[in-house]
Design a binder for this molecule. Structure first.
Ligand SMILES: [Zn+2]
Length: 1096
């Protein structure tokens, strides 16, 4: 396959290294090593050894896994008689089925269960909310600084903040609040798309001044009249009064007398409520050491800005004070400003290095030569020219790529280009694909590669004349010459074994052990599948899906089903020799849905009955995946396994696990083992799956520890998804499970994919994060890739870049579509390069930076103590900000915390990452929860990590009921909650409805149909359907939030002061957390101190 094919040892491109150290290609599929010559070429097909799947001759696997229905008893070493009983004939035909059944209790012969008609339609997903409006590109960037106006006042050193050793110090003790128990565990990660929230924000507020500087401690209101510190040129200080003060002085400003409210001038939205929530005060002594007691009140000359001890007045030795939360950068404000400034015009991708609107802004994209930000987002759109600069800044250079991202209906899917038998046109040397940046020369007879500068001949059939500007006259007729994203039809050279692929298959593999039956899962699932199989993904206008389906059930043994259309009843085949898995039947296992509908329906009706009385509690796991993979191999196709599993696989079999959960390891050097798989067997299995294009989606229904860290290895390495529904009960969880299942089964998937990222000379991709497998250092192999998954790629310099030519990325994804068509999807992106660090800082995107940093940290916990990982993040953040301060901000007092405009939210967001469950778990967060979240975040896109780490909190009764838009969010802090209001909080996985204790009775009645607050059921997960405007609005809003996320968020109603409230407070991320995580204010102060240490 050619995506990988790199040319012979040609030098300068990063990509073409011939040798892949570190990975043995040979180890595939249990082949004895060494078959694989180290050719630089890639994974697929002919010349490519690495990918071959058929075991080399002489391999020891007994039943040649592929083909050959092991009908012969001889081969089946099973100790059980079961298998041996089937003669070929029995297996494949004839109604005889009873023989096989003996293996499980409770089973009954397939009788004459009436064929149930196919029922209900699954709901159709609606991926996108209302059409985005559009955005206008403004370049707002400029250095924003939290500069400490208060400079003088600040005792140079951390004023009063004890030398916080590091945030980590704050960890440690977990007050145990037992409430975590109900951690809504399963909630899945939102794979959603950047699509913003519909909701327009109130148009107020003008754009932020370009650079803002923010004094740190001081809080005062926004715009202080007299800033002491020098102000960056270009930063309008007095400028448009931003709603959000940009100038914050970092060392904590003086304390406000308790209860004092900063009602600065047009400051940020005033805390909605003040007095009774102790929230803020409590935090002040946070993690950073002593000294933050209540402060005397420093009278300030500015009425609205009480703080600034330092201002004009004589500097007084300030006792430590706390920052005014309204004076520090607010995520809400930044999001709102971006929506207002960029939400109304389309983002046109013509120009190089443009920073797109934020992921929280709803905008349309016009592709004019660069890939849409829905496909690629970068940490910076302006890359330092030299590696020295890059090292100095410490800003990671990374791209978050979502190759198959779903687009809103207003935007066209990539065009498919067919270059006929010759296949896509590529550079002979670096193998980059034709793209708008290639330069045609010599009258159009040749083209110079924009990645490696190689001059290539233009094949005669592709020749075209150039216009007076040197552009081909047909440039606008050809997507590959004018667009950032497009597809090529792949030729047979791009296919495994030089054969066009068969359509993929889906195999449903259902745990029928005691727990699965008892919880009602099996019955629910079988009922659902009867209709869901009518909604398998299909291509374009195809009438029916090309995907074939198969069914397996299992506990300690596996049961395969023959559902061939010619059968009157399905037949079951039991394989009890799980140690050496093979597929007992070929014909009739994978079938076309419409042809075999009657048999399938009959099977799904019978499964719950057959196992109804089972006593079997033990399960196997690895053999199930092995079986599915072997079935695909035998059918010579790629596909997906949907596994529905309930327990730790303790039955004797390969991949058997033991319970090794041990919370005592938390905060020790051995904590990392909790995240590591307990056996290498699953990696080996995953490799085989990848080679076969077998993607695994895992639905877990655990009642206790199941070792998610180990069970998720195969889904993770095959590009699959994991869903978790702890303590599953049909009544409580069916909606969430069915919703996730429908979406998962219906979503478009690319199979058997390989992704390669090429770059222009000077930088290259060096590291990758996501759900995939790599057998060399450049090719990202994805057994499956859906429209929700991202791959994050980090780049490093290997040469000097040039400002004039900029830097180019080309992501090529070779995959098999749902209909079995082999295609290449290409995304191109051109970035600017700079010799001034200020340009880097002006073109950064914090949300993407956080996405990268979270993934980096979450991978780090596999190998390093969690404290080390946290410290590394803090240090990196401090270095990034210190470098800006030193090189880009104008000289100013050390007391000023100066943040770049584009990164002013870096501290608050990073703090959210630091106190997330993976890096700083609360007492009730289980080991499985942590492993689960860790795994989810790995493939999240930027919009998902954004809301996951900083949840959205929406007040419900503040805005007029008639208003169709989402209410404006408020900051995630208890201080922002009014006890007379109701709020929705969501983070893509969890959804809470918080009810204040003093909410009007009318509101309570309208929403809950009860007469008082005390009668509301805490923990309620469904709101009654009532015919009044408020009820409709709130339920509508909940539906709309769910539609924006890729996993169903189960609602939990939380009453103020109720026990469950602790669970909710966990998500108020600006506050100090129970597990010891710092509040935003404390963290900002800590960050300031770290920066000052670096600068001194
Ligand atoms: Zn080239």
């Amino acid at each position: 396959m050619n995506v990988n094919q790199s040319a012979p040892p040609l030098p300068p491109f990063g990509q073409s290294q011939p040798v892949y150290p570190g990975y043995h290609q040979s180890s595939y599929g249990g082949q004895p090593g060494s078959t694989a010559p180290t050719t630089p070429s890639g994974a697929y097909n002919g010349p490519v050894p690495g990918y071959q799947q058929t075991p080399p001759p002489g391999v020891s696997r007994a039943p040649p896994s592929s083909e050959a229905p092991p009908a012969s008893t001889a081969q089946a070493p099973c100790g059980q008689a079961a298998y041996g009983q089937f003669g070929q004939g029995d297996v494949q035909n004839g109604p005889s089925s009873t023989v096989q059944m003996q293996r499980f209790p409770g089973s009954q012969p397939f009788g004459s269960v009436p064929l149930a008609p196919v029922v209900s339609q699954p709901t159709v997903l609606q991926p996108y909310g209302p059409p985005p409006t559009s955005a206008q590109v403004t370049t707002q960037l400029a250095g924003m600084q939290i500069s400490g106006a208060v400079a003088p006042a600040l005792p140079p050193v951390g004023l009063g903040y004890g030398p916080p050793t590091s945030l980590a110090s704050a960890s440690g003790s977990f007050p145990n609040s037992g409430l975590y128990g109900s951690y809504p565990q399963g909630q899945a990660p939102p794979l959603s798309q950047a699509q913003g929230h519909l909701g327009a924000q109130p148009p107020q507020r003008s754009a932020p001044p370009q650079a803002s500087s923010f004094t740190s401690p001081a809080s005062g209101g926004p715009r202080m009249p007299s800033m002491t510190g020098p102000i960056l040129s270009g930063q309008g200080f007095g400028g448009p009064s931003l709603s959000q003060p940009n100038h914050v002085s970092s060392p904590p400003p003086q304390a406000l007398p308790p209860g004092t409210q900063m009602t600065g001038p047009p400051g940020p939205p005033p805390p909605m409520h003040s007095s009774q929530q102790p929230g803020y005060q409590l935090q002040q002594n946070g993690s950073f050491g002593p000294g933050r007691g209540p402060q005397p009140n420093y009278g300030s000359p500015y009425p609205g800005a009480p703080t600034f001890g330092s201002q004009p007045g004589p500097p007084q030795p300030l006792p430590p004070k706390r920052l005014d939360p309204d004076a520090i950068p607010s995520p809400i404000q930044v999001i709102e400003d971006d929506r207002n400034n960029r939400g109304s015009e389309p983002f046109v991708t013509g120009a190089r290095g443009q920073v797109p609107p934020l992921v929280t802004t709803n905008f349309l994209v016009k592709d004019q030569g660069n890939a849409s930000p829905r496909y690629i987002r970068c940490t910076s759109y302006n890359i330092p020219c030299t590696s020295d600069m890059a090292k100095q800044a410490q800003v990671p250079l990374a791209a978050v790529i979502k190759p198959l991202a779903r687009l809103p209906p207003e935007e066209a899917s990539p065009y498919v280009v067919d270059h006929g038998e010759s296949g896509p046109l590529r550079c002979n040397r670096c193998k980059a694909y034709m793209c708008p940046f290639m330069q045609f020369v010599e009258g159009g007879r040749r083209f110079q590669c924009c990645f490696c500068s190689c001059i290539n001949d233009v094949p005669p059939q592709y020749f075209q004349h150039l216009d007076h500007t040197g552009k081909r006259v047909d440039a606008y007729d050809r997507p590959e010459l004018s667009l950032g994203s497009y597809e090529f039809l792949a030729t047979v050279d791009y296919c495994k074994n030089n054969k066009f692929p068969s359509p993929p298959a889906f195999i449903f593999m259902i745990d029928v052990s005691y727990n699965a039956i008892r919880s009602g899962l099996v019955r629910l699932l079988c009922e659902e599948l009867k209709s869901l199989i009518d909604f398998l993904p299909r291509e374009g206008g195809a009438e029916e899906s090309a995907i074939r389906v198969g069914f397996v059930t299992y506990n300690k043994v596996l049961h395969f089903y023959n559902v061939k259309s010619s059968l009157a009843q399905p037949q079951m085949m039991v394989v009890s020799d799980v140690a050496d898995m093979f597929v007992p039947l070929l014909d009739g296992f994978l079938v076309n849905v419409s042809e075999s509908r009657a048999v399938i329906t009959s099977l799904l009706d019978q499964i719950p009955e057959m196992f109804a009385d089972t006593r079997e509690t033990e399960t196997v796991f690895a053999p199930v995946i092995q079986a599915g993979m072997e079935a695909l191999k035998a059918a010579e196709c790629a596909g997906k396994l949907f596994l529905f599993h309930t327990s730790l696989p303790i039955a004797e079999a390969p991949g058997k696990l033991k319970n090794r959960d041990d919370r005592k390891l938390i905060n020790t050097d051995k904590e990392k083992t909790l995240f590591q798989p307990q056996t290498g067997a699953y990696q080996t299995l995953a490799k085989e799956c990848v080679a076969q294009g077998c993607c695994v989606d895992l639905f877990l229904f655990p009642n206790q520890y199941v070792d998610v860290a180990t069970l998720s290895v195969v889904p993770q390495l095959t590009g699959g998804s994991v869903y978790k529904y702890a303590c599953f009960q049909v009544e409580n969880d069916q909606e969430r499970f069915l919703s996730d299942l429908r979406r998962d089964v219906q979503k478009v998937v690319g199979f058997d994919a390989v992704m390669r990222v090429r770059t222009s000379t000077g930088i290259r991709a060096v590291d990758f994060f996501g759900a995939f497998y790599m057998s060399n250092t450049t090719d990202v192999e994805l057994a499956g890739l859906d429209g929700d998954k991202t791959v994050t790629v980090e780049f490093k310099h290997d040469d000097r870049l040039n400002e004039e030519s900029g830097a180019l990325l080309q992501c090529a994804l070779l995959y098999t579509s749902c209909a079995g068509q082999r295609r290449l999807r290409i995304h191109n992106l051109a970035l600017n390069c700079c010799t001034q660090l200020a340009d880097l800082y002006r073109n950064c995107e914090t949300d993407t930076l956080i996405n990268y940093m979270a993934k980096f940290a979450y991978r780090g916990v596999l190998n390093s103590p969690v404290k080390t990982v946290r410290d590394t993040l803090i240090t990196q953040c401090a270095q990034i900000l210190a470098c800006y301060r030193k090189n880009c901000a104008s000289p100013s007092s050390a007391g000023q915390l100066i943040l770049p405009e584009c990164m002013k939210l870096l501290p608050v967001y990073l703090n959210c990452v630091l106190k997330s469950d993976v890096l700083q778990p609360g007492a009730e967060v289980t080991t499985d929860d942590r492993a689960y979240v860790r795994q989810l975040v790995t493939s999240m896109d930027v919009a998902e990590t954004n809301v996951f780490f900083y949840p959205r909190l929406l007040p419900l009764t503040k805005s007029p009921i008639e208003s169709a838009t989402e209410p404006p969010a408020v900051r995630a802090s208890e201080e922002r909650l009014s006890n007379g209001d109701i709020y929705l909080l969501e983070n893509g996985l969890n959804l809470f409805l918080w009810v204040g204790a003093s909410v009007q009775q009318g509101v309570v009645q309208s929403l809950f149909s009860v007469s008082s607050f005390s009668q509301i059921t805490s923990g309620l997960s469904v709101l009654p359907v009532l015919d009044n405007p408020l009820s409709k609005k709130v339920r509508g809003l909940i539906d709309s939030l769910r539609a924006q996320r890729s996993r169903y968020m189960k609602l939990i109603v939380v009453k103020q002061e109720d026990k469950l409230e602790m669970l909710f407070k966990h998500f108020l991320v600006e506050d100090k957390s129970l597990s010891g995580g710092a509040s935003y204010v404390d963290f900002l102060c800590h960050m300031h101190k770290e920066i000052r240490q670096l600068l001194s």
